[in-house]
Design a protein around this ligand. Structure first.
Ligand code: G16
Length: 548
């Protein structure tokens, strides 16, 4: 067990990273997230915590410095567990506690964590560290390094990576290389090998064109897709916009902007019928879009990606003749039309869980093949160990029919193409391109599978967003009093109406979602619900204004 000297050393190291603000900070939907200038002490403490978790798990833990879709001046940290998944929920609470204690109480709280979790502090600790391209990231990385080293842990600093690349490295290391090699080159090689095999064995249909325009959100995804392209042997030509050479990170560009504003990003040509995609700031989300001939903007978001992927995997599973159960996981943001399509047309079971990849990921693990996507474009596919072994055997089983063997082989390559640890914009891009190529589909063919219900998302600023409490996978509110009844009454007025509200875990706002039969009604419903939130949940600033 750790002696008093152990915590005294942390206390001395912490003097370089004092807690200068009284403001409480929470480990939210995906880690801590706020203004970069408020995070130095939080990063130091998360360095210590990551090292302690590494000792507990006797495995490498990841720390990713990013604020993903948030504005450039924000920053944050996401901790990565041994299999490359998000930090376990029980430790989110410890993280919040540790981030908020006074400097003088730090040793005592650490001592509590060590004894209550039964951590052997003699075990060597190792933390993998990476950061996105924000100006505040290098100094925050140093704070994490200081935290890890304060308890004599070791840091492997990858410098700039996408969030999913860091998740990948952690999984590779902890699986002793079985998942891949824990280098950037290992990542590109694994994914591109699978992509090229899948591409090489299919005829190209003329409605699929291997050209794509990509909005890099002026972030790390732009840098890394350039690297990936070098491995694709020109089989996919990606024209990159918002590559960070001039524009500002996530400013009027990026997947979140495109999804929420339902418009093309700035800095990209507006040409009809051209397939385009958009990454978010740390490249863990992707959405597709195009303009119709008449200029109408069409968004193919996470729901459209989920249905494309689930439909294709179902076809492969059926053709392979393997006995595999496939399921899909969504959140309340999933468009009502997508849920009907999955249930009635694809006949794939669908589950709904609260927002946050951690929730979707865990639910998806209940299936042999679990596809999960949030409407905002964050998602992936997970395959159980049993199914991966079964597919590997079938792909090499000459007693199967040619069609069965072919389907099993494609499934095997698809497993290699997917970053199963977390949503990965680069891997998802390659997956979507593979499926469209295989089907010979244009983006319009893909979009035609079903028609989204018109929808609108709004944000409302309130004094304290925690006054909003939700239940039923965030589809209903239980507090403040009267809010759910007010939402129900508004929804009643609109055909195909649906609406919900929830506090964001990444921004200091309440999110409002509404869908209805027409765009005008969806806009009106979202506005009316916003007004109720403003009135009943302590709105601050200007009252929501009606849609134009
Ligand atoms: C994170 C989470 C996502 C979540 C998003 C928005 O994404 O990983 O699961 O959907 O935040 O969360 P909220 O609505 O609570 O603000 P990212 O890409 O920003 O890290």
């Amino acid at each position: 067990m750790a002696g008093t000297g152990y915590f005294a050393a942390v206390k001395i190291a912490a003097e370089k990273h004092p807690r200068l603000r009284e403001k409480t900070i929470q480990y939210g939907t995906a880690g801590f997230r706020t203004k970069g200038e408020e995070l130095d002490h939080v990063m130091f403490r998360m360095g210590v915590l990551a090292a302690l978790r590494s000792q507990l798990k006797r495995a490498v833990i990841g720390a990713m410095i990013t604020a993903s879709h948030n504005p450039e001046e924000d920053n944050g940290v996401k901790l990565v567990d041994p299999l490359g998944e998000m930090l376990e929920a029980a430790w989110e609470k410890l993280a919040t506690k540790l981030a908020n204690v006074s400097d003088s109480d730090l040793p005592a709280v650490l001592s509590d964590i060590v004894s209550s979790c039964g951590i052997d502090t003699a075990v060597p600790a190792q933390v993998f560290l990476a950061r996105d391209t924000r100006p505040s990231s290098p100094s925050l990385a140093q704070a994490i390094i200081d935290g890890v080293q304060a308890i004599k842990g070791e840091v492997k600093d990858y410098g700039i990576l996408t969030t999913p690349q860091l998740h990948f490295m952690v999984r590779c290391e902890n699986s002793q290389g079985q998942y891949g090699s824990q280098t950037e080159n290992g990542y590109y090689t694994k994914l591109s090998n699978a992509f090229l095999k899948l591409r090489g064995h299919e005829h190209q249909n003329e409605r699929y064109h291997p050209q794509l325009r990509l909005d890099g959100a002026n972030g790390v995804g732009a840098l890394k897709i350039k690297e990936m392209q070098k491995h694709l042997n020109n089989s996919l030509q990606i024209e990159l916009f918002n590559d960070g050479s001039s524009g500002k990170l996530n400013y009027m560009c990026g997947a979140d902007y495109v999804k929420v504003q339902q418009t093309a990003p700035n800095g990209m040509p507006k040409e009809a019928r051209v397939r385009c995609a958009s990454f978010d700031g740390d490249a863990d989300r992707i959405v597709y879009f195009y303009q119709e001939k008449n200029g109408t903007f069409k968004l193919l978001d996470g729901d459209k990606i989920a249905t494309l992927v689930a439909g294709y995997l179902k076809e492969l599973v059926n053709s392979s003749g393997l006995n595999i159960n496939l399921g899909l996981v969504q959140t309340a943001y999933a468009n009502g039309s997508s849920t009907s399509y999955i249930t009635n047309e694809l006949q794939v079971p669908v589950a709904c869980v609260p927002t946050g990849v951690k929730h979707l990921h865990h639910k998806a693990l209940e299936y042999d093949i679990g596809v999960y996507f949030e409407a905002n474009g964050h998602g992936t596919v997970v395959f159980s160990e049993k199914i991966q072994d079964m597919v590997l055997m079938a792909a090499n089983d000459s007693s199967l029919s040619k069609d069965q063997e072919h389907a099993a082989r494609r499934l095997l390559w698809i497993i290699g193409l997917i970053n199963q640890t977390v949503g990965d914009a680069i891997s998802d891009l390659l997956l979507v391109e593979t499926i469209l190529h295989s089907k010979g589909w244009s983006i319009e063919d893909w979009n035609d599978a079903y028609t989204d219900l018109p929808n609108r998302q709004l944000k409302v600023k309130v004094k304290d967003r925690t006054v909003i409490q939700t239940t039923d996978a965030e589809r209903k509110t239980t507090s403040p009093k009267g809010l759910q009844e007010a939402i129900d009454a508004l929804v009643e007025k609109y055909p195909d109406g649906r609406a919900f509200v929830r506090p964001s875990g990444t921004e200091d706002i309440v999110r409002v979602y509404a869908e209805a039969e027409t765009q005008k009604n969806a806009d009106m419903l979202a506005h009316e619900v916003s007004v109720e939130v403003y009135n009943l949940a302590g709105g601050v600033g200007e009252k929501p204004t009606p849609p134009q």
